[in-house]
Design a protein around this ligand. Structure first.
Ligand SMILES: C[S@@+](CC[C@H](N)C(=O)[O-])C[C@H]1O[C@@H](n2cnc3c(N)ncnc32)[C@H](O)[C@@H]1O
Length: 241
């Protein structure tokens, strides 16, 4: 396998998602605190309830296939390599990885009992419950570990713990995507839209946090930007959230 450890801290748009227009900011602003409390339980409401409370219905539609292909190429993954999707939700990325690279030992971990019990049937036996800041694996266990829009749900100290854990189980071979903003306007939109993130900051502040944690893997941002009066979610997960 290609040695990526010398590529430390590489920005990489793994999801390469086309931007998505956010339409219901006004609805999200209503009852924001109540919706936020519900969303933070990562239960039925967050995954399969109304859009104001989260995904608005999280169903498999194969959109992670392209991400799986890119991940396999980027990390030079081969059959029998072990990988972990941290914050795997219903296991859609794990499913598309095992379909794209037969023989890969792909696993997923998530805090949500609801997501795990409603996961894709093809991921049976591959997903387990746990928290990204305390991974139950030995050092260097994985050929790659992904945490896509997951660690920012923890506070600053939790993010540091999670980054250290990712680095520990997959040294130099992590991929982390987190919520970020570049200016006050993006911050305002972000605060109106976001439900679960506890840590969001400017890209350069995330880089400082990565360094503090000793994280040397790859990373990318999820940013809400204003473009011709439309609010676009860029670099985001391939599925709605
Ligand atoms: C925005 S979703 C992202 C899911 C998927 N990675 C994606 O990009 O579509 C955040 C996920 O992180 C999970 N999560 C939240 N806190 C977590 C924690 N402490 N440890 C592991 N997973 C967590 C949630 O249950 C949810 O599945």
């Amino acid at each position: 396998m290609e040695n990526l450890t010398d590529r430390s801290m590489q920005r990489f748009d793994l999801l390469q998602a086309s931007s998505k227009v956010i339409r219901n900011l006004a609805e999200r602003r209503q009852n924001k605190e109540a919706n936020r409390r519900l969303a933070l339980q990562f239960g039925q409401e967050y995954f399969d309830g109304p859009r104001e409370q989260g995904y608005g219905g999280y169903r498999y539609d194969g959109r992670w296939r392209a991400v799986a292909q890119r991940a396999i190429e980027y990390f030079g993954l081969r059959p029998n390599d072990r990988i972990l999707d941290i914050g795997c939700a219903k296991g859609f990325f794990v499913k598309d990885l095992i379909d794209t690279l037969p023989g890969i030992q792909a696993y997923g971990l998530d805090i949500s009992e609801y997501a795990l019990t409603h996961s894709h049937p093809d991921t049976k036996g591959r997903l387990y419950r746990g928290s990204c800041d305390a991974l139950p694996h030995p050092d260097g266990f994985f050929a790659a570990a992904f945490a896509i829009n997951t660690i920012h749900n923890l506070d600053h100290a939790g993010c540091l713990r999670a980054l250290r854990e990712i680095e520990r189980v997959a040294p130099g071979r992590g991929f982390v995507q987190v919520d970020a903003y570049r200016n006050d306007e993006e911050l305002q939109i972000f605060e109106d839209w976001v439900l679960t993130a506890r840590t969001y900051c400017k890209p350069e502040e995330w880089l400082t946090l990565f360094e503090e944690a000793g994280y040397t893997g790859a990373y990318y941002w999820t940013i809400l930007e204003v473009d011709s009066n439309l609010i676009r979610e860029i670099g985001s997960s391939a599925l709605t959230r």
